[in-house]
Design a binder for this molecule. Sequence first.
Ligand SMILES: [Fe+2]
Length: 315
Amino acid sequence: MNLPLDPPRITGPFEWSPSLGIERAHYIALQADDPSAAARFAVENMGLFLVHVDGDGRHYLAANGLDAYSLVYTPGRDGVVDHISYLAASFSALATAATRLETGGIAVERIARSPLWRHSPAIRFVFPNGTPIELSTGVNLPNPMGYIAPLPAGVPGPMSFDHAIVRAVDLKAGYDFAARSMGLRESGRILNPAGIPVLGFFRCHTLYHCFGLAHSPTDGLHHFQLTLKDSHQVIAAHEHMKARGKVELLWGPLRHGAGQNVAFYFKDAVGNIVEYSAEEELILDEDNYVPVTWSTSDSRPTDEWNKTKAPWARH
Ligand SMILES: [Fe+2]
């Protein structure tokens, strides 16, 4: 299936709304035909720790940072996002966010007692591509986890979930929702020759992106990412996986121009694309920062080192 020939052109930078109170990414919950097998693979190959299995069969995997868990495999269907969880600073921030979303005509589910393990009250709403988004509370940090948590002892040593990119057929609706409803700020975009963004990156705080959109003929997950301590850890993790031969490596190591993170990509047991990356750009001059526009004809936004494009790239 080809992409729509003439999707809505997105011009910008556009006006965004005040922050919804999203502080950072928390964890991603992904459905799996066999959550136990998916979790086992993550423990054996991805440097994660199985910290709990609940009565509904959810498998909770912790990284090496301060969050209780960063990845959850839930019983369901391979390839489906159960939900993406973000953090607000407090219960009152959750309530404020819920009210603002509802004022904007967005349906919000308030969850006083979450069925998930070690989980605060939460609110949920649905992104236009169908992805459930959750806001809850957790560990409040002054800076991104990768910059302040100690170096993990093991390799690979993922520390936190920091972003997911979702695929969206209706890119305009996704951009509007991310910027206006979720109050995320655009950090950069990659445009095709027709001027249509094929990738858009949004931040909720200083880290270059906590969320992104990939223009796609189908909705769903594009990839999720876990942060490592630094570029040395990224290279070491890649070498470790390559030497063991248990993981399907897809792309990298490389350095993205967009976001400046050093990264490589592989598949989890389910077939989801996973990014391990570090040293992502921090945007500290919030008032003066202008989103960067890149072209698909330029390989630097995807790979400054080797000038390659993602093996799954359509443009
Ligand atoms: Fe990414």
